[in-house]
Design a protein around this ligand. Structure first.
Ligand SMILES: C=C1C[C@]23C[C@@]1(O)CC[C@H]2[C@@]12CCC[C@@](C)(C(=O)O1)[C@H]2[C@@H]3C(=O)O
Ligand SMILES: O=C(O)CCC(=O)C(=O)O
Ligand SMILES: [Fe+2]
Length: 370
């Protein structure tokens, strides 16, 4: 059983088509990238505030923050945070380095291509193998130090990229640990209830991946898909999106845009927090769409437990009326399951149907993804 995140896909290699279209010179969407048209009837009314993703100010009193997060996690599975303590200057540096990477010539980027059984490096989204059409995006995944791949991209000049990404990973690790305790706090869970949190709740051994996503402007955005609908296999994901919108979450059968707010970060519940909370918090189905005019960049911090820790419904949340809904699973095993079963991964670790009759939003058999 692999013990490091970088080894999670050793037993699940995917050889993805890495022969990229040159997005910047494309005048039309080739058939291999043409998805069934995105219908306006599936879009929600976020602009008018009827349905908008909650925004939580982390400088509010802590009990209020916990309560707001609990409500957001139960109803939306996603929220935005402000006053989170990550300096704007760092967010700008990460974005600038991401742009520098994606603007390299295709042949140069391919020198840092992710290997079929690897986790880090340049390439198309891992979930691409589940779809008949290609996505209008490219990505770069970092686990720990990006030095090995950065050296292949810029043999003489890779230290700036590494410094910025490592500083961001450090800041994100602290923020993600704090968010985990706040999000679980409203369910009455404390750091003492999570052994792997460590004595001071510092989550020292937590694992994470940093995913840079690039979505070039697209000549026919209604027929293209930036990143197809999915849930993250994480405890939680912290996403920075630049000022161009594109992220959408599924709520009540409608796709709701998560509007970019300068300096804010988007936090979404992942499958492992869904399991830990015994289905009280819902890992939200989300996707990224593209637009005709602007290049969009996003940076996702995919946060999870130490690789070999068994994640199962927390005992405080389980009783005869609420039996455990999921069997124990490690992050490593779950990533392998996701690589094999994609949107059926969560149901594949489910033990029984809920007694209280609530519907598992993650039963994506009910939802047409894409
Ligand atoms: C730790 C990880 C989660 C992730 C697969 C990865 O190994 C690194 C990239 C992550 C990502 C980002 C885009 C969507 C996603 C489904 C994918 O294909 O790669 C997620 C994966 C996930 O959460 O399962
Ligand atoms: O680009 C986005 O807004 C979404 C990215 C995402 O869902 C991911 O990296 O997992
Ligand atoms: Fe995601």
């Amino acid at each position: 059983m692999p013990s490091r995140l970088a080894e999670a896909f050793r037993d699940h290699p995917v050889d993805l088509h890495q022969n990229h279209l040159d997005f910047n010179s494309a005048r039309e969407v080739p058939d291999s990238y043409a998805w069934p048209p995105l219908g306006d009837e599936t879009l929600g009314d976020y602009k008018y505030g009827v349905e908008s993703v909650p925004i939580i100010d982390l400088s509010d009193p802590v009990n209020s923050v916990k309560e707001q997060m609990g409500r957001a996690c139960e109803t939306w599975g996603v929220f935005q945070i402000t006053n989170h303590g990550i300096p704007m200057s760092l967010l700008e540096k990460v974005q600038a380095e991401g742009r520098r990477l994606f603007s390299l010539p295709a042949q140069q980027k391919l020198k840092a291509a992710r290997s079929p059984d690897g986790i880090s490096g340049y390439g198309v989204a891992r979930i691409s193998s589940f779809f008949p059409k290609l996505m209008w995006s490219e990505g770069f995944t970092i686990v720990g130090s990006p030095a090995e791949h950065a050296r292949q991209l810029w043999p003489q000049d890779y230290s700036k990229f590494c410094e910025v990404m490592e500083e961001y990973e450090k800041e994100m690790k602290v923020l993600a640990g704090r968010l985990t305790l706040l999000m679980l706090g409203s369910l009455g869970i404390t750091k003492e209830d999570i052994k792997w949190a460590g004595p001071r709740g510092e989550f020292k051994d937590a694992c994470a991946a940093l995913q840079l996503n690039s979505y070039p402007a697209c000549p026919d955005p209604k027929r293209a898909m930036g990143l197809a609908a999915h849930t993250d296999s994480t405890l939680l994901t912290v996403l920075y999106q630049n000022s161009t919108s594109g992220l959408q979450v599924l709520r009540g059968g409608k796709w709701i845009t998560v509007p970019p707010i300068t300096g804010a970060l988007v936090v979404n519940v992942g499958d492992l927090l869904h399991i830990l909370s015994n289905g009280r918090y819902t890992s939200v189905l989300h996707r990224a769409v593209v637009n005709r005019t602007y290049h969009r960049l996003s940076v996702a911090y995919l946060y999870g437990p130490p690789m070999n820790v068994q994640i199962s419904p927390l005992s405080k949340l389980v009783n005869p009326r609420n039996p455990p809904l999921y069997r124990p699973v490690t992050w490593s095993e779950y990533l392998g399951t996701k690589a094999k079963h994609f949107n059926k991964a969560l149901s594949s670790v489910r033990l029984c149907a809920p007694l209280n009759g609530f519907v598992d939003v993650n039963d994506h058999n009910r939802v047409k993804v894409g």
